[in-house]
Design a protein around this ligand. Structure first.
Ligand code: NAP
Length: 259
């Protein structure tokens, strides 16, 4: 197993819930010190208490990543607590459902503001500390939706997740001289606290469209991030890892039925 994040300082945006909390738990389990950032102070405190109970060193920052000043504060808090930032998991994301015919400018701004600008601002804020680390890692949580697939109601979201990959490729070039790698994970359908709201029929139908026959866990996304954060992944930059149980592979329903 890869153990090389032990003692490193890992920042996870959107670390209070869902995939971000899963990433934080996996990194903490490997011995990293964790700073989680999100908007809701109560959810952050609850997540920090859960992680601390499992033995993790955790700091929290109440931030909205769509604001550069908040991202700067997140980076400052991580450095005050742990003296460094070695890994940034730019994971915070929002996905309100809205059809193109009804989509408002405010909805578009909200989704692009968090998912695209928030990713960029978080990296900007952490860049100096990641460079000082000498082995900095940026891991962006994108999605299969946008880069590889589409889903009605998520035109703005899909655009934002594809935009993140454009960002990753150029950031990887700009940050390479500072020995910072920049990669992305592309989750498929992952079970989070919010997943129950989608209903059992949705979960069943989704599982039936996934070759491995089930939805993914937040830990399974976390393990992909742990690999990208490891010393052993130090020569990988500007790349993506799809974590989707094979969901994007079948070219049609017939392909699934022929399995
Ligand atoms: P989630 O359970 O709703 O968690 C989202 C996290 O991001 C929360 O901690 C939330 O906390 C935080 N957040 C949202 N807006 C923020 C902002 N402006 N500033 C700071 N923090 C913010 O969602 P999730 O499913 O884990 O999604 C996490 C990431 O995975 C997203 O980038 C999403 O696109 C991606 N993803 C998820 C799936 C899936 O199946 N779940 C699949 C593919 C990709 P607050 O609301 O308190 O700020």
């Amino acid at each position: 197993m890869f153990t090389s994040v032990a003692g490193r300082s890992v920042v996870v945006t959107g670390g209070s819930k869902g995939i971000g909390k899963g990433i934080a738990r996996v990194m903490a389990g490997a011995g990293a010190n964790i700073t989680i950032g999100a908007r809701d102070e109560g959810a952050l405190a609850a997540a920090a208490a859960d992680l601390a109970q499992e033995g993790a060193q955790v700091a929290t920052a109440t931030v909205d990543v769509s604001r550069p000043a908040d991202c700067a504060r997140l980076a400052q808090i991580a450095q005050e607590h742990f003296g460094a930032i070695d890994v940034l998991c730019a994971n915070a994301g929002v996905f309100p459902n809205s059809r193109l015919a009804d989509m408002t400018e405010a909805e578009v701004d909200y989704v692009l503001g968090c998912n695209v600008k928030g990713t960029l601002f978080a990296v900007q804020a952490c860049q100096a500390a990641l460079a000082a680390s000498g082995r900095g890692r940026v891991i962006v949580t994108s999605s299969i939706t946008g880069p590889l697939t589409g889903f009605p109601g998520w035109a703005h979201y899909g655009a934002s997740k594809a935009a993140q990959l454009g960002f990753v490729r150029t950031a990887a070039l700009e940050l390479a001289p500072q020995r910072i790698t920049v990669n992305a994970v592309l989750p498929g359908n992952i079970i989070t606290e919010g997943f129950a709201d989608m209903g059992e029929d949705y979960a069943r139908a989704m599982a039936a469209s996934i070759p491995l026959g089930r939805l993914g866990s937040v830990a399974e996304v976390g393990y992909a991030c742990l690999f990208l954060a490891s010393e052993e992944a130090g020569y990988i930059t500007g790349q993506t890892i799809v974590v989707d149980g094979g969901q994007v592979l079948p070219e049609s329903l017939l392909a699934l039925q022929a399995m």
